[in-house]
Design a protein around this ligand. Structure first.
Ligand SMILES: CC(C)(COP(=O)(O)OP(=O)(O)OC[C@H]1O[C@@H](n2cnc3c(N)ncnc32)[C@H](O)[C@@H]1OP(=O)(O)O)[C@@H](O)C(=O)NCCC(=O)NCCS
Length: 170
């Protein structure tokens, strides 16, 4: 498996990954696929944080981080993350998340926020966002809204996290 940045020729294959991962090969696309395409068209798309996993020349996994904010201060919102079903539970998701976190850290991003399972994301250093003074866009998300502080994190930045606009539509 190789992990690298997405390049223009990957676009169609990347588009198919959430559709397959979230179990809808036919019928209307799952919200994650719709979200991914809307994110790609929005101002918050961060090309350096769109990473693919490639096995034998095929894109089997994808993750993206997009621009979010706490007030005027930037951060990264993570997701969607998806791995094609036949490649799940082989470490692809693990490699993608480590890669996107390392890339965000190297770019000087201060933190990464996401809505997801604490059991899955805890291993990457994510913890309840409230513990870092960052509130979820929806308070009902509780402990499922998590933050991973990076090297440039400033603990003085406190407030409600705002995802890139397409997240508000799904
Ligand atoms: C969730 C997902 C991204 C994980 O990627 P993956 O490549 O399958 O996961 P990895 O092999 O890197 O997993 C490492 C560990 O994570 C845990 N894990 C994997 N999938 C999990 C799941 N669905 N729920 C809880 N824990 C999970 C396991 O502990 C696993 O280790 P194990 O196989 O020894 O038990 C992938 O399974 C997927 O795309 N699922 C469908 C879409 C989805 O639910 N996405 C969630 C993020 S939006």
């Amino acid at each position: 498996m190789l992990i690298r940045r997405e390049v223009p020729g990957d676009r169609a294959a990347v588009h198919d990954v959430p559709r397959a991962a979230f179990g809808k090969d036919a019928g209307p696309p799952p919200v994650e696929a719709v979200l991914l395409e809307a994110l790609r068209e929005c101002d918050g798309w961060l090309p350096a944080l769109s990473c693919v996993a490639v096995v034998e020349g095929e894109v089997v996994g994808h993750v993206v981080g997009t621009r979010g904010y706490v007030g005027e201060r930037p951060g990264v919102g993570l997701g969607p993350l998806s791995v094609r079903p036949e490649h799940q539970r082989r470490g692809v998701g693990l490699a993608l998340v480590h890669t996107v976190l390392g890339a965000a850290d190297a770019l000087g991003e201060p933190f990464v926020a996401l809505l997801g399972s604490p059991e899955y994301y805890g291993r990457f250093g994510f913890g309840p966002a409230a513990g870092h003074g960052i509130e979820a866009p929806d308070p009902a998300w509780g402990r499922y809204f998590q933050v991973r502080p990076l090297t440039a994190h400033d603990p003085a930045v406190r407030g409600t996290f705002r995802y890139a606009e397409p997240f508000d539509r799904v």
